[in-house]
Ligand binder design. Sequence first.
Ligand SMILES: *Cc1c(COP(=O)(O)O)cnc(C)c1O
Length: 366
Amino acid sequence: MKQDSLAPRFPVKNHPSPTSPEQRASLIADPGFGRIFTDHMASIRYSDTEGWHDGKITPRTQLSLDPATAVLHYAQEIFEGMKAYRLSDGSMALFRPEANAKRFNESARRMAMAQLPEEMFIESIKALVRTDIDWFPTVEGGAIYIRPFMFASEVFLGVKPSSEYQYLVIASPVGGYFKSGAPAIKVWSSQHYTRAAPGGTGAAKCGGNYAASLIAQAEATKHGCDQVVFLDAVERRYVEELGGMNLFFLFEDGRIVTPPLGGTILPGITRDSIITLAKEAGLSVSEELYSIQQWEDDAKSGKLTETFACGTAAVVTPVGKVASQNGEFTIGAGGPGQVTEKLKNQLVAIQRGEAEDRHGWVRRID
Ligand SMILES: *Cc1c(COP(=O)(O)O)cnc(C)c1O
């Protein structure tokens, strides 16, 4: 294969005993989410003395870590989440991978980690997808979910930024979320726990944010809810986001509101894409603070007609009910709304090469 002379090369060491075609076929016919993995992984190492080196594709295998490896103690770790899609012409593509590469480095900067050249990030993913292309799921709406991540690999218990990092990419065939009539979720507003404070790590995609959100997620589950909706940590009034998805509020007059980025909200690439598509559809989008009380009042008066959450994994998910210690309220009829469905379908059509890609978001893997 001809390669751009500037693009980093990833030598491929093939798996000595790959999954048999029969077993693979049965796995990718019903993959679920994050439960099965392809045969290979990408890796690159970093040290302060050598810089980035040893980029390669190898069989996916267990890691061997010294018990004093820094990440196990101080959680210096970041990740990304993206998907490889199959376009209607049969070729494979990534959606806005440059945005993931850029965000990965913004997360790295916040966590005092080494930054990875963007072309290395993108090429590592393309090389892995090319190697494991036969793992593309056969279910309707399937994709290969890609998980790049990086952790502090120095063996040292001192509290300081690590001098060594391990970057890895693993891939997981996943099923579709966009069967029509996807159920609306019920969210739990935690009165006690917050996700991110000003000056903290809310805008970084780090494992620690998820670790801190799990107790609130368990509380949500206990109350019969699917997800937590987090409020701002200062006033405990303004709606921020779910544990792993951004939020949009739709009004009867065609307005759309989404909470503003400002350090405590993860800047979702789906969020950014939806803002662009909604504006193109003639809706007026504003990034402004929206309180939980206003959310309830607007839902009850009928001014607010729809709410949805969005992110790479589930794309767009309608929110039907909001519950808290003080009771619950329903949005619209409690099911998926029309504008939500329309925006979701538009985004999915672009991702699959079925609609015109006016913004150059789709990057083919050749
Ligand atoms: C990853 C993530 C999102 C969604 O980001 P996308 O780029 O749209 O996938 C939203 N919120 C949090 C907390 C996240 O970690």
